[in-house]
Design a protein around this ligand. Structure first.
Ligand code: KIV
Length: 270
């Protein structure tokens, strides 16, 4: 009996081809099966199971409390709904920094227990041993530079990063280091557009921006771009709907129907 491996259509190799061809990469976050399935069938290229689940799903102020078990739960839920897109899962805070063996164990758990295609780690030279060890095991790694939300307590602010020359120089050298080590792509978050352009121009792997200007692709948090979250309004965010209002209206309509005995009608009863 022969078993044909079932690779998703969008692979890390395909993303590099897209960059070469000048085709932009569209990436969004998802945390559950239903949303991931809709996104996948809409033709999204990459689905990121972001640790932003800590904010938009679990209601934490930062991503710091996110656990590996929670990421595995979200990753598994998403991967079950995706046939075509590349699925990337964030390694959460405390599961890869400072200990490359722990990093490998965390990444292996993600790959074995979720059926995702790759992992994402925040940081550059500080975490390079972890990146290297994970890559040595054959696990694809996406980097993440610029604003790295897991380090929010170090910086104390979510403002634009790498505006100073020294920070920009470090970001460029980190990007090269991640590429040379073998990362297949890098997310750049909240950095000046000119810096994003420079990094995308110098590297051959795709650079995906969130507030990173016109780079090789874009990523947004799905709850934000759908307008489910209302309060968060950074400059880089384009809202494609106002689901907060539409959901509130639907919930109120349902409550009114229940209270007024309009629901269930005769045709909605057994
Ligand atoms: O966790 C997340 O949603 C992310 C994106 C902001 C890139 O890392």
């Amino acid at each position: 009996m022969s078993v044909t491996p079932k690779l998703r259509a969008v692979t890390t190799y395909r993303l590099k081809e897209m960059k070469l061809a000048g085709e932009k990469i569209a990436m969004l976050t998802a945390y559950d099966y239903t949303m991931a399935r809709i996104m996948d069938r809409s033709g999204i290229d990459v689905i990121l199971v972001g640790d932003s689940a800590a904010n938009v799903v679990a209601g934490y102020e930062t991503t710091v409390p996110m656990t590996l078990d929670s990421m595995i739960y979200h990753g598994r839920s998403v991967a079950r709904g995706v046939e075509r897109a590349l699925v990337v899962v964030d390694l959460p805070f405390g599961t890869y920094q400072g200990d490359s063996k722990l990093a490998l164990q965390s990444a292996v758990r993600i790959m074995k227990e979720t059926e995702a295609d790759a992992v994402k780690l925040e940081g550059g030279s500080e975490i390079i041993e972890s990146v290297e060890r994970i890559l040595c095991a054959g696990i694809p790694v996406m980097g993440h530079l610029g604003l790295t939300p897991q380090s929010i307590n170090k910086y104390g602010t979510y403002t634009v990063r790498a505006k100073e020359e020294s920070e920009a120089t470090k970001l460029i050298s980190d990007a090269h280091l991640l590429e040379d080590t073998g990362c297949f792509s890098i997310v750049v978050e909240k950095i000046p557009a000119a810096l994003g352009r420079k990094v995308a121009g110098e590297l051959s792997i795709p650079i995906i921006g969130i507030g990173g200007g016109d780079v090789d692709g874009q990523v947004l948090v799905s709850y934000d771009m759908l307008g489910i979250t209302g309060e968060f309004s950074p400059r880089f965010l384009r809202r494609y709907d106002d689901l907060h209002t539409r959901m509130t209206d639907a919930f109120k309509h349902y409550i009114d129907d229940v209270k007024s005995c309009d629901f269930p009608s005769e045709s909605e009863r057994y």
